[in-house]
Design a protein around this ligand. Sequence first.
Ligand SMILES: [Zn+2]
Length: 380
Amino acid sequence: MARRATAVFLACLYTLGVAPAGARASAAPAGGSAHCAADDATSRAASHTSGHVAVRRRGPGGLTHAVEPHEPDPAEVARMEEDLRRRLSARPGGGYVPGADSAAVGPGVPMAPVATATPGTPAASGVPGGAGTATQAGEEIRVPMWVHIIRDGALGLPDSAVTRQVATLNAAYSGSLGGVDTHVRFVLRGVTHTTDRQWFRDPLGHEAAMKKRLHIGGQDTLNLYVAQLGELVLGYATYPYWYADDPDLDGVVIDWRSVPGGPLREFDKGFTAVHEIGHWLGLLHTFENGCQTPGDAVDDTPFEAYPTTGCPARKDSCSATGDDPLHNYMDYGQDRCMREFTSGQAVRIRQMWDAYRRPGAPGALKGQSAATPLTTAQPM
Ligand SMILES: [Zn+2]
């Protein structure tokens, strides 16, 4: 409750344009605005349907992003990290090895033909190294992907934009735009189409109904819902750790205007999906925990006190070594500012994939969360 109240308050400050970027706690505001009321209603609706949502937002006017209202709080992040740590230590030779996945760039994955889909149809997994095996460093993680287009009449994502968005995902995750090759590739399995004015206008408020109707596949299948989000919000995602508790809610929602070539100024390169899918794969914001250890739990992204807005030439918000990673996809800069994942993030993605998302991953099973002791007998 406190987390949500704080988030709503901060969102209001951003709407008013008076908050210091990244402020996580300060005195209550003296007044509100229509924006605040709308945001509060959105937040309540989202909390009602799911407490497990992380949101990328766009700020008003010259600002870029506000604080995410459903971002996991520090205690939840700590639980996620502890669960991952236990799963890694339980497997033979397990443990975090920074840079272990910085192998040479591999070949891209050709696009799969777009199929027509019937919602609720299970999708076959295209992931190599099937149940019971961990992936090897450098091995491609092929993510089967379904795109669910929600429309209101003629308004919404055109089909022609789907291939552009998937291509951007593969470009970003392969390092062809900058940074490392994470060895994650997205393979489009199909597209569903739904015409629903309410879902289109307020996917956050109708999240449970929408996802239960449309969600396809298991923990390894990315479901990308494309609708229109309300004031300030660009997209939101669920984390791998949450899958076991509510599989139907797993997935990513983005604003259709944020796709490559879309009409959303400064957020029109398709990096909203890159960012949100980063969360879906288990990455935290680069400014997670501010200047405090463990930061974002990745060794090669310098600490960052608060999110980046716009695209400054340079930013160094913590006394620890290293400028802020303002070009990282997991910061909050404008799309023109984003261009890279790091080796450490690639390692974390693979660890998360092995623990929670690959077929047979024990972390995807209910009752196998951090509270349950793990044994080496469990396949990882
Ligand atoms: Zn985010």
